[in-house]
Ligand binder design. Structure first.
Ligand code: AR6
Length: 183
């Protein structure tokens, strides 16, 4: 784990399985229907149990679907985290469809929702960096910049980015050093 102390909080890079994060809320890289799926979404639903899908269905009942860049919250059920914040990152279409703004919004709206629920310790995956195809070298500065901005706004005390494998962790650590200096 690497930790950066910022003006009003801590940005942490952690190598590990997000479903095991001992935090107030983990963020799910969901799809607009909140239907569950593959990747981290599938892992979160599997670990939380079927009640999570039920809660998602209930939430979207009146709404239809969650817009890209927005976030909603449910309990965490069988997870260690008390809550799951579901957000939808952008699908990468080449950069001309406001992917950067939408990715930034997915991080910041998740933090705003955490703040609205008095949650201080939030763990994120690398949103859009799997099935949604966002190039890692472009996602990293946007994600890290959004998390730093959110901490500066006082939206959380601890924001963690959980990277699943050692290669991803090394890559993101390098980018974080470039952007934030030594941990
Ligand atoms: N812990 C931490 N990170 C993980 C884990 C885990 N257990 N599992 C995967 N990752 P993805 P997206 C990383 O595809 O690109 C789903 O089907 C993974 O290595 O989960 O936003 C949804 O339903 C990658 O770096 O999310 C949507 O349809 C990152 O999590 C769609 O995929 C995100 O990869 C969302 O695609």
């Amino acid at each position: 784990m690497s930790v950066w102390r910022l003006s009003s909080g801590y940005l942490e890079l952690v190598q590990g399985d997000l479903t095991q994060a001992p935090v107030d809320a983990i963020v799910n890289a969901a799809n607009p229907g909140l239907l569950g799926g593959g990747g981290v979404d599938g892992a979160i639903h599997a670990a939380a149990g079927p009640e999570l899908l039920g809660a998602c269905r209930e939430l979207l009942g009146g709404m239809g679907c969650l817009a890209t860049g927005q976030a909603v919250i449910t309990p965490g059920f069988r997870l260690r985290a008390r809550f799951v914040i579901h957000t939808v990152g952008p699908i990468w279409y080449g950069g001309g469809r406001n992917e950067e703004g939408l990715l930034r919004s997915a991080y910041l709206e998740s933090l705003r929702l955490a703040r609205a629920n008095d949650l201080e310790n939030i763990a994120f995956p690398a949103i859009s960096c799997g099935a949604y195809g966002y190039p890692l070298h472009l996602a990293a500065p946007t994600a890290l910049g959004a998390l730093r901005h959110g901490l500066e706004l006082g939206l959380a005390k601890h924001a963690g980015l959980w990277l699943h494998g050692p290669q991803d962790f090394d890559f993101w650590s390098g980018k974080a050093r470039e952007l934030l200096g030594p941990p």
